[in-house]
Design a protein around this ligand. Structure first.
Ligand SMILES: [Zn+2]
Ligand SMILES: [Zn+2]
Ligand SMILES: [Zn+2]
Length: 168
């Protein structure tokens, strides 16, 4: 199945600043998985493609509805949740708990913590990968004797384009 051609999206990572085309990031995910001996099955790949093409945090039921149009056979919620679990275990996707929605990670090739700036107006989420956040959390966890299993920082507010639109 040919994927739709989607505009490259500017990367919000401070060390990157390139444009990432969805197809190129999905190809990266496929090569990462095969290098790790993991299988990016057709359905897992389609879920990742949909998340890239969506361009905003997307809920599981929106994904299920989109997959109904794309997949050759009907897919139920458990199948989609399993695909999402796999994608998260590989660092390809992250979940934004406050939105109950999923976003693709721009740089799955390196271990990273996810720092999200979420817009309360348009729902957009910019992901930053900043080592200083990781070091800060790791340092405090060490002082507390705490073992971290998941590090996702969610910041809520208004994005630059919504601020500009409101000011106009
Ligand atoms: Zn990037
Ligand atoms: Zn991430
Ligand atoms: Zn916004």
């Amino acid at each position: 199945m040919a994927s739709r051609s989607i505009e490259p999206q500017p990367c919000t990572d401070p060390d990157c600043r390139r444009q990432h085309a969805p197809a190129e990031r999905v190809a990266l995910a496929m090569s990462l998985c095969s290098a790790r001996g993991m299988q990016l099955t057709e359905l897992r790949r389609q879920v990742l493609e949909l998340l890239w093409e969506s361009g905003r945090p997307t809920g599981a039921y929106e994904l299920i509805a989109a997959l109904r149009l794309r997949a050759s056979r009907p897919v139920g919620p458990p199948t989609v949740y399993r695909a999402l679990e796999f994608l998260m275990s590989q660092g390809l996707v992250s979940k934004i708990e406050s939105r109950n929605a999923y976003v693709p990670c721009a740089h799955p090739e390196r271990r990273h913590d996810c720092l999200f700036f979420i817009c309360n107006d348009c729902g957009a989420a910019a992901e930053l990968e900043d080592l200083r956040v990781e070091q800060l959390i790791a340092g405090h966890a060490a002082i507390l004797g705490y073992r971290v299993t998941r590090r996702v920082v969610e910041v809520e507010g208004t994005c630059a384009s919504c601020i500009a639109a409101g000011a106009a």
